[in-house]
Each structure stands twice: as structure tokens, then as C-alpha cells.
Write a protein that binds this ligand. Structure first.
Ligand code: ADP
Length: 273
């Protein structure tokens, strides 16, 4: 689903002493099936931005288009709209609550009105997509799994909704490097197989450069840079100004490219570990 933000401003607690403009006139356009990395320091507005994608937050000013849907300050959004966009929060395992893994993952589809049988089929498919065995885990409590497994079960719960847009807010926070890689590889595979438009919020320029085809760099509520990873990483000075570093792998390719004629240069965007 293509997504357009037009001059989107979000103010928390407008008119109170705690008023905070967390997004300031943010504009961008994302084509269908893109993988978008959102990077920026803590407090730069990344979470606020992505919560607009499924109508959890509405713009104070401006307009958002998600496929054929329009979100404006006064829009009323039907439940049907929310199921278009799967949102995975930080520490998604905190949202697990059912007594078994199967019930937890089937909760969303059942809420969409699917029969018990169809919802469990969706759960089975989603668990297998994230590399977990349905038969082994279906009757287990989600609270007795490892950290990485819990996170995958939570991700499966969102995938079972079969939304066209997937939004992940720091999905690897708190995991070790191997766990991070596993989750990200699974997300990337799902993105390709299901042809999803995917947004990944991350602290890591390295992660963003490896998976995204389009980057939004945020600072103090504004998108200060946007473009392909190659375009964004070419702006080293601006990135450093916002305390963001060009990833080492990209830096290495740029150094190699400096000694190669144009037609032999390695495209940074194609680089994946
Ligand atoms: P990020 O995801 O980049 O860390 P956030 O979108 O969470 O940034 O926050 C952007 C700014 O908005 C921060 O200054 C934060 O303190 C503020 N903020 C976030 N959520 C709320 C809220 N519910 N009420 C008031 N201010 C908030």
C-alpha cells in the first residue's frame, strides 16, 4: 500500500502546560512494497510518526494517505482500517496475554470475525512463517518461552492479521546480536514473500542500511533527510550533526568506491550481509 504524509504535525497535550510538538510538518511519499527504515535519536519522533500509520494517533494538522484511506485531524476510522496495518511495538512480548501460544496468535483473526478453525489455521501459518513449530508450541504458555521465542510469537500475532502494511518499532530492542539477526531476517523474508510495505524503526544505522530501500532520518520532530541509503549516507556531515554515524560497512564500500571508476562502483543499496 502506498503511503503519503503531507505536512503532518502532532502535538501532545495541546493547550496544556505539557504541550509538546512531537512531529513538525512531516512530508514524504512511500511506494507500495517498499522497506522503509526510520532512524534518529531517542525522542526525535519516530514512535509518534509510526503510530499515525494505523490511526492510533491522528495528526493535529496535515493529512495522511494509507492506500485509499485518508487520515485527517477529524477523521473517524473504522476498525477495518486498523487491520490494514500491523503494528509491532517495542517489547511486543508485553502484549502477550492468552494462556496458550495458539490462542494468543489466533486472537486477532478471531476478532476479525473468522471462525475458530480458520483463526487457528492463520495462527499455524503465522507461527511457521516466523520459524516456530505450531505443533510443538501451540499448547504451551507464551510466558514460558525464551525471550526470542516470545518476540516471535508476538510478531506472529500481528502477521496472522494479514495486513498489507507492517510497522515495527525497534523490534530487536534488548535481544543479543544473534537474536536480532534472526528476527530481522525473518521480517525481511516476510516483507518480500507477502509483498508488504514495511516500516522499521531502529537506533541502528547498520540495520537500516542492510534492509531498507528508503530511509527517513528524524531529528526533533522533523524528517531532516530522506532517500535511498546511498543518498542518505552521502550526507555524512548532516548525519554527524544529528549524532548519527554512517555504518561501518557502508563507509568501507564508500572507501572502495573512491578508487573505482563510476561504472565499477558497488551500489551501497545492494549491500546486504
Ligand atoms: P522516539 O520514538 O524517536 O524516541 P517519540 O515519538 O517517542 O520519539 O517522542 C517524541 C517526543 O514526544 C519526545 O519529546 C517525547 O518525550 C514526546 N512524547 C512522546 N509520547 C508522548 C506523550 N504520550 N505525551 C507527551 N509527550 C510525548
Amino acid at each position: 500500500m502506498p503511503i503519503i504524509f503531507e505536512q503532518v504535525t502532532h502535538i501532545y497535550g495541546a493547550g496544556t502546560p505539557f504541550e509538546k510538538e512531537a512531529l513538525s510538518a512531516v512530508s514524504f511519499a512511500i511506494p507500495d512494497e517498499a522497506f522503509v527504515g526510520i532512524i534518529g535519536q531517542t525522542g526525535s519522533g519516530k514512535s509518534t510518526l509510526v503510530q499515525h500509520l494505523n490511526g492510533l494517533l491522528k495528526p493535529t494538522r496535515g493529512r495522511i494517505q494509507v492506500g485509499d484511506w485518508q487520515i485527517e485531524p477529524s477523521s473517524r476510522l473504522p476498525a477495518e482500517f486498523r487491520s490494514n496495518v500491523g503494528l509491532v511495538f517495542q517489547y511486543p512480548e508485553h502484549q502477550l496475554f492468552e494462556e496458550t501460544v495458539a490462542k494468543d496468535v489466533a486472537f486477532g483473526p478471531r476478532n476479525l470475525g473468522l471462525s475458530e478453525e480458520a483463526a487457528l489455521l492463520r495462527a499455524k501459518e503465522a507461527l511457521e512463517t516466523v520459524g516456530l513449530s505450531y505443533d510443538e508450541l501451540k499448547d504451551r504458555s507464551p510466558f514460558h518461552l525464551s525471550g526470542g521465542q516470545m518476540r516471535r510469537v508476538a510478531l506472529a500475532g500481528v502477521l496472522a492479521m494479514q495486513s498489507k502494511v507492517l510497522v515495527l518499532d525497534e523490534p530487536t530492542a534488548g535481544l543479543d546480536p544473534a537474536g536480532r539477526k534472526e528476527i530481522l531476517e525473518a521480517i525481511y523474508r516476510i516483507h518480500r514473500e507477502r509483498k508488504l510495505t514495511t516500516f522499521l524503526v531502529t537506533h541502528s544505522m547498520e540495520e537500516a542500511s542492510r534492509y531498507a530501500d528508503f530511509l527517513l532520518v528524524m531529528a526533533e520532530g522533523k524528517v531532516v533527510l530522506q532517500g535511498t541509503p546511498a543518498e542518505v549516507f552521502a550526507e555524512e556531515e548532516l548525519l554527524r550533526h544529528h549524532a548519527l554515524a554512517v555504518p561501518q560497512t557502508v563507509e568501507l564500500i564508500q572507501q572502495i568506491n573512491a578508487s573505482l571508476p563510476g561504472e565499477q562502483q558497488i551500489p551501497v543499496t545492494l549491500f546486504r550481509e
